[in-house]
Ligand binder design. Structure first.
Ligand SMILES: Cc1ncc(COP(=O)(O)O)c(C=O)c1O
Length: 422
């Protein structure tokens, strides 16, 4: 695979020439690692999905071109080796998020599937009529709809924690809302629209004090900050590999081992059984109990490479880099007339905004002509859009390949949008 990085990336050139003395984005320009980012293109849609670095692409290519075989079943050498690599990825993921053991790591298709698994398996076994589920206004549809389905099936009800004026989940309100009937609290660690970072320690303390479990949707957290589930003290944690510079179609559900052990299977098939007869089937312990069917073998290998990639850079360095980009973006956008910024000042890697009198889709289309890729829409968070009083927002989100030049390209593009719309 050839690298487009032989010539300097214009974003880097712009950032060098535009840096005012004394202010600075942390120097973390990794664009050369990303063959699908051509020179002069500002990719600001990492919250939707991250571009893939060469080590991940190469691991996937090796997985299919050199080492491919099924796992857990083959009696031949190749399959045994692939099984070792597959399980090594589980161990890597466990260390990555501070799990006590690899058995606490369930491979799923992504965060959506992880939440559905908990809602159906844990929810089906534990929720009763009159029980309550606590969500927040800013949740992604993936952390709303599975709970609605579970509530419909079990007779449980859903309550919604409101937001503070600066668009964080209001934990004071949550403290006042929690009752002994709440069985589970499910919240985004980082909002995919606002970038608001949840005070996870306090959320865990509040949930547990009320006797409820805490599930965290870590989709937007794991690519941009260190996560340690044992230190947080949550009960379930989910994320998708594709937002962490890894492949699509693979993600992680982490659950405390005693909880996973108490949960019934949610899908049946091969690989999850102990013994099958027509009279009675018994199941393997977790995580196999929740992994029916042939898994996404090479996706799991790619996830391992993605975790290695971000940890080589360092999650602290990524967090510092993205928060500097967010600060610069918010400063630059707030100096433009008629821009409305959403989310708190210290949002993580994500800036949502609106331009008065211009539909976000028009913003996105005109920015695209300037080779700036942003997301425009409801971001799978329609209840949050209703709360903000908009149909949609424009959203810029950052990754390790972005630099100050991308912020500059965004601002120049928005000035063009304003000129076009008068
Ligand atoms: C906060 C959050 N939760 C859940 C999801 C769903 O992730 P996936 O579609 O990879 O399952 C997303 C993806 O946009 C997200 O940003």
């Amino acid at each position: 695979m050839t690298s487009p990085a032989a010539a300097p990336h214009p974003a880097s050139l712009r950032s060098a020439s535009l840096s005012p003395a004394g202010r600075g984005t942390a120097p973390l320009d990794r664009v050369a690692d990303f063959p699908a980012i051509p020179s002069g293109w500002s990719y600001l849609d990492t919250a939707a999905t991250a571009q893939k670095p060469k080590p991940v692409i190469e691991a996937i290519e090796r997985g299919y071109a050199e080492t491919y075989a099924t796992v857990h079943r083959g009696v031949y050498q190749r399959s045994a080796e692939m099984t070792l690599a597959f399980e090594a990825s589980r161990e890597r993921a466990a260390r990555f998020i501070g799990a006590r053991s690899p058995e606490e790591i369930v491979f799923v298709r992504g965060a959506t599937e992880g939440i559905n698994l908990v809602a159906q398996s844990w929810g089906g076994a534990n929720l009763r009529p009159g029980d309550r589920i606590l969500l927040s206004t800013l949740e992604h549809h993936s952390n709303i709809v599975p709970w609605q389905l579970a509530a419909d099936r079990t007779g449980a009800a859903i309550d919604v924690v409101p937001l503070t004026p600066d668009h964080r989940i209001d934990l004071d309100a949550m403290a006042a809302m929690l009752t002994g009937r709440h069985r589970i609290v499910a919240l985004a660690h980082v909002s995919n629209v606002l970038g608001s970072v949840l005070d996870v320690d306090r959320a865990a303390g509040l949930a547990h004090a009320a006797g409820a479990l805490l599930l965290l949707d870590g989709c937007q957290a794991v690519p941009r900050m260190p996560v340690d589930v044992a230190r947080i003290g949550c009960d379930f944690y989910v994320f998708s590999a594709h937002k962490l510079y890894g492949p699509t179609g693979i993600g992680i559900l982490w659950g405390r081992s005693e909880l996973l052990a108490s949960m019934p299977p949610w899908q049946g098939g091969g690989a999850m059984i102990d013994r099958v007869t027509f009279e009675k089937t018994t199941y393997l312990p977790p995580p196999a109990r929740f992994e029916a069917g042939t898994p996404h073998v090479v996706g799991v290998i790619g996830l391992h490479a993605a975790i290695d990639y971000v940890e080589t850079i360092g999650l602290d360095a990524i967090a510092a880099h993205e928060s500097a980009l967010v600060r610069e973006t918010r400063e630059a956008l707030s100096s433009l007339n008629s821009v409305r910024l959403f989310g708190p000042e210290d949002s993580a890697g994500i800036v949502s905004f609106a331009l008065e009198g211009v539909h976000p889709h028009d913003i996105g289309t005109i920015l695209d002509e300037s080779r700036v890729a942003i997301r425009a829409g409801h971001h799978c968070a329609q209840p949050l859009m209703a709360h903000l009083g908009v149909e949609a927002t424009a959203r810029a989100s950052f990754g390790v390949y972005n630099g100050r030049g991308d912020v500059e390209a965004l601002v120049e593009g928005l000035e063009r949008v304003r000129r076009i719309f008068g």
